[in-house]
Ligand binder design. Structure first.
Ligand code: KIV
Length: 295
């Protein structure tokens, strides 16, 4: 029996109940299908794509158009998982009106089912404006990558009593403004636990310890595909990057040796095909598509 679609409402209802929530980032249709098949609760079209897809050093140059494009690719596969799309830098900070218009584009053009934005107390009005329009919002506090220059780099936040209190207040402000979940990034585990205990919506941690209501990781990180550096909070659950390199070496070597393509990969003219063979079947002549008839 098909499992039920995950929504912002069903995710929010898991606060304090059921197993922790598992979230992975996704930026394209093929990966979205695979991660959905693996059972994640939500796919996050994160602006981390600036780093892992575009090869930049931070996320600041990612545009709303780019998030719309990647979000559309993810939602097109109609995943069971909920799809949350990031509002990129400067698409929501100018005013609550701008925030609503940008969120609206992610929903209307990207088919996003909710949006995520960074910041706490200072973003409460923007959150309210989006939520009041009927779009669920996920908050994001602690290490907020869009403030990388203000933080002096990607540094763990909330290490002093005052800094921890500010992040705690940010989370409470987001809750009051109506978010359905909050990402806690790059903070000490005890602060992650304290916020999780204090707010009535699920917390989704990334480098925030084991006591949050869920965990999120960048898919290329936990699959071992992004190998430039591995942050302390990342666990590599596979070495897909190594598999890709090995498979590519095998492809290159077979092409050079002339052993690929083999007879099983060739097309024959219809007259030359044996009756009942693949090439003789109507609509199965080749080309790049599930039925092979697009070529
Ligand atoms: O951009 C992103 O992918 C994120 C997650 C890592 C939380 O914000």
């Amino acid at each position: 029996m098909a499992k039920e679609k995950v929504t912002a409402v069903s995710l929010s209802a898991r606060k304090g109940k059921g197993p922790p929530i598992a979230v992975a980032t996704a930026y394209d249709a093929t990966m979205a299908r695979l991660l959905d098949a693996g059972g994640v609760d939500a796919l996050m079209v994160g602006d981390s794509l600036g780093m892992v897809v575009q090869g930049r050093e931070h996320t600041l140059a990612v545009t709303l158009d780019e998030i719309v494009y990647h979000c559309r690719a993810v939602t097109r596969v109609r995943p069971r998982a909920h799809v949350v799309a990031d509002l990129p830098f400067l698409s929501y900070q100018v005013s609550p009106e701008q925030a609503l218009r940008s969120a609206g584009r992610l929903v209307q053009e990207g088919d996003a089912e909710s949006v995520k934005l960074e910041g706490g107390v200072v973003r409460a009005a923007a959150v309210r404006s989006i939520v009041d329009a009927g779009i669920p919002v996920m908050g994001h506090v602690g290490l907020t990558p869009q403030s990388v220059h203000q933080m002096g780099g990607f540094r763990v936040q909330g290490k002093t009593v005052d800094a921890a209190q500010r992040i705690f207040d940010d989370a409470r402000a987001l809750e009051d403004a109506g978010v359905y979940a909050i990402v806690l990034e790059g903070i000490p585990s005890d602060l992650g636990a304290r916020i999780t205990e204090a707010v009535a919506v699920p917390t989704i941690g990334i480098g925030a310890g084991p006591h949050t209501d869920g965990q999120v990781l960048v898919c290329y990180d936990f699959l071992g595909m992004f190998r430039e550096f591995t942050p302390k909070f990342v666990k590599r659950f596979a070495e897909v990057g190594e598999t890709v390199v090995q498979a590519t070496e095998a492809f290159v070597s077979e092409v050079r040796a002339g052993t690929f393509p083999g007879p099983e990969h060739e097309f024959k003219a219809a007259g030359a095909a044996a009756p009942g063979s693949t090439a003789a079947r109507p609509g199965a002549s080749g080309g790049y598509g599930p039925t092979g008839d697009e070529g």
